[in-house]
Design a protein around this ligand. Structure first.
Ligand SMILES: Cc1cc2nc3c(=O)[nH]c(=O)nc-3n(C[C@H](O)[C@H](O)[C@H](O)COP(=O)(O)OP(=O)(O)OC[C@H]3O[C@@H](n4cnc5c(N)ncnc54)[C@H](O)[C@@H]3O)c2cc1C
Length: 475
C-alpha cells in the first residue's frame, strides 16, 4: 500500500530540505530510469529519488527514513543483474542514488591506496590509478557506468579475479551510514588490523541490506608494463581447463585473465555488435581469451605464451590460436568477450545463471547441466561463457517457445531450477559474482542451510531492526 499522499508530500519536502533541488528527483519521467534494472526485468515505484552530495546528506536522509519508517534502496550505476537496486511496486521506498558522490579523495602512492567516494565510476578509479603509475585491477564489462559502491555492495568479480581477487579482496577501509543514520568511519588504510570483528566485510556483498557505503579505501598494485592477449580455439571445455593448468605451469601467477566462451557466444556477438569480427579461420566449439601481464617492461611474456600455446596445440588442447600484435588488437579481442551480455540482451529473452563450481569440475558441470536442460527443454540454446580461472560460468539459455519476451516468460523459474539443481549436485554456488537481489532470493532459501539463513537473519535484525535497508533483497 502506498503512503498517504500528505505523508508522502511531507517526506518529499523534508528530503528536499536535506539535498536541495539538484539532489531530488520526483518527476515521473525523470524518475523512470532509476526505477527499472539493467535487464528491464523489474519495474518499481518510489516516493522520490534522492541524489545526495555528501556523507552528511546520506546520514540525514537515512535518519529521516528511520524516523518515518521509509524503506531505502541504495543505488549505484544500476548495472546489477539481480534487480537488487530496484524498489518494489508499493511506492513507499525512496531510491538513494550515489552518483553525485564521485570524488577521488586521496591517492597515496607510497601506501598503494586510494580513498574514494562510493559514487565513483569504476573506470575513473582505474584512470586515477594509472595517472599515478599504479593499477586498480577490478575490471568488468560495465566499468564505464557501475560505481565502486555498487561493486563493493555486490562483491563484484570480473576478469582479474584470478590474480587479484574479487572486490572484497581489494578493500582496506569503509565508511558506512548504518540503518539509524549514524556514520561508521572505518576508513582505514591499514594492511594489518586484527582489532576484533572485521566489520567492513559485513557490508561488502550485502547488497545494501545492512547499510550504505559512502566511502572506501582501495588497494592499488604495481602497473603491469607488458601484457599479451591471445584467443585460442579448442574442441572441448576439458581442453580449456587443461590449457589453464598448462599456462600456470609455464607462466605462474602472471596469468591475469582466463575467460571461456562457447562458439555461439561469438556468433551472437558478430550478429549484434558492430565492428566485431572473427580472428581465427577454423570454427571450434570453445574459445579461451587469456591475458598474461608483468610489471617488467619488455619481459619475455610473448615467447612464453607462444611456447605454452604451441605445447597446447601439440597436446591437442588447442586447435588454433592468435596472439594480439598490439593494444588495438588486444582490445578487439576483449570486445568479443565483454559484449556478450549486451549481444544476449539484443538477441532476446535469455535465462541467466551466474554459477561457480570447482575449476576441475567445470567440464563435467557443463555436460551435466546441458544434458538436463536439453532433456527438459528440447531445442534449448546454451550460451556459456565466464571466468574459468575462478570456476565461474555464466551458463545462460535461450528456450524455444520463450522468444516472446513477456512478463510471464521472464518470471518463469523452471530453467533456473534445472541449472541450480545441477549446481547443488556439484557443491557449487548459485551466485558467483552477481549477488542475490530479488531475482535469486527464493532460490537462496533452497540452497542455504537453515543455520546459514538463521545467522544471516540475526545479522540483518541486529543491524537493521526495522527492515528499512533495501528490504526484500537477499533475504
Ligand atoms: C555488461 C555488463 C557486464 C557485467 N560484468 C560483470 C562481471 O564481469 N562481474 C561482475 O561481478 N558483475 C558484472 N556485471 C554486473 C554489475 O555490473 C555489477 O554487479 C556491479 O558491481 C554493480 O555495480 P552498480 O554500481 O551498477 O550497482 P547497482 O546495480 O546500482 O546496485 C547493485 C547492488 O548494490 C547496492 N548498492 C549500490 N551502491 C551501494 C552503496 N553505495 N552502498 C550500499 N549498497 C549499494 C544496491 O542496492 C544493489 O543491491 C555486469 C553488468 C553488465 C551490465
Amino acid at each position: 500500500m502506498s503512503a498517504q499522499p500528505e505523508v508522502a508530500a511531507d517526506l518529499v519536502a523534508r528530503l528536499g530540505a536535506i539535498v536541495g533541488a539538484r539532489g531530488l528527483v520526483t518527476d515521473p519521467g525523470e524518475m523512470a530510469p532509476y526505477l527499472t534494472d539493467w535487464r528491464e526485468l523489474y519495474q518499481g515505484r518510489a516516493a522520490a529519488v534522492t541524489r545526495p552530495a555528501s556523507t552528511g546528506e546520506v546520514a540525514a536522509i537515512v535518519r529521516l527514513c528511520a524516523e518515518t519508517r521509509t524503506p531505502v534502496v541504495p543505488q549505484g550505476g544500476n548495472t546489477g543483474m539481480c534487480g537488487a537496486a530496484t524498489p518494489d511496486a508499493s511506492g513507499n521506498a525512496i531510491v538513494l542514488n550515489l552518483a553525485r558522490m564521485n570524488r577521488i579523495i586521496e591517492l597515496d602512492a607510497l601506501n598503494n591506496t586510494v580513498a574514494v567516494e562510493a559514487g565513483c565510476i569504476l573506470a575513473n578509479i582505474q584512470q586515477a590509478a594509472l595517472a599515478a603509475d599504479r593499477f586498480f585491477p577490478l575490471s568488468l564489462g560495465a566499468e564505464g557506468s557501475c560505481q565502486i559502491g555498487g561493486n563493493l555492495a555486490t562483491n563484484a568479480g570480473g576478469i582479474n579475479v584470478l590474480r587479484y581477487g574479487n572486490a572484497r579482496d581489494l578493500v582496506l577501509g569503509l565508511e558506512v551510514v548504518v540503518a539509524d543514520g549514524r556514520i561508521w568511519s572505518g576508513l582505514r588504510s591499514l594492511r594489518k588490523d586484527n582489532t576484533g570483528y572485521d566489520l567492513k566485510h559485513l557490508f561488502i556483498g550485502a547488497e545494501g541490506t545492512l547499510g550504505i557505503i559512502t566511502k572506501a579505501v582501495l588497494k592499488l598494485f604495481p602497473l603491469p608494463r607488458s601484457s599479451v592477449t591471445a584467443l585460442a580455439a579448442m574442441p572441448c571445455a576439458e581442453a580449456a581447463v587443461e590449457l589453464l593448468a598448462l599456462l600456470r605451469n609455464h607462466c605462474g601467477d602472471r596469468i591475469s585473465a582466463f575467460e571461456i566462451m562457447s562458439r555461439n557466444c561469438l556468433d551472437m556477438v558478430f550478429r549484434h555488435i558492430p565492428g566485431t569480427r572473427d580472428s581465427l579461420p577454423a570454427i571450434q566449439p570453445w574459445y579461451v581469451l587469456a591475458e598474461l601481464s608483468d610489471t617488467r617492461a619488455g619481459s619475455a611474456l610473448r615467447d612464453e605464451f607462444e611456447r605454452a600455446l604451441a605445447e597446447g596445440i601439440a597436446r591437442k588442447f588447442v586447435g588454433d590460436a592468435v596472439i594480439a600484435e598490439n593494444q588495438a588488437q588486444a582490445q578487439a579481442l576483449w570486445r568479443l568477450r565483454e559484449t556478450i551480455p549486451e549481444a544476449a540482451r539484443v538477441e532476446g529473452l535469455v535465462y541467466r545463471h551466474d554459477i561457480a563450481v570447482a575449476v576441475s569440475r567445470i567440464p563435467a558441470f557443463i555436460a551435466a547441466a546441458s544434458r538436463a536442460l536439453e532433456t527438459r527443454f528440447p531445442g534449448v540454446r546454451i550460451i556459456c561463457f565466464g571466468h574459468v580461472g575462478d570456476g565461474n560460468l555464466h551458463f545462460n539459455a535461450f528456450v524455444p517457445g520463450r522468444e516472446r519476451d513477456d512478463a510471464e516468460a521472464r518470471a518463469a523459474i523452471d530453467v533456473n531450477r534445472v541449472v541450480h539443481g545441477i549446481v547443488q549436485q556439484f557443491g557449487g554456488s548459485i551466485s558467483a559474482e552477481h549477488g542475490i537481489g530479488q531475482s535469486k532470493r527464493d532460490e537462496l532459501r533452497r540452497h542455504k542451510s537453515e543455520i546459514e539463513l538463521a545467522l544471516m537473519r540475526t545479522l540483518k535484525k541486529a543491524l537493521d531492526p526495522h527492515n528499512l535497508m533495501n528490504p526484500g533483497k537477499v533475504l
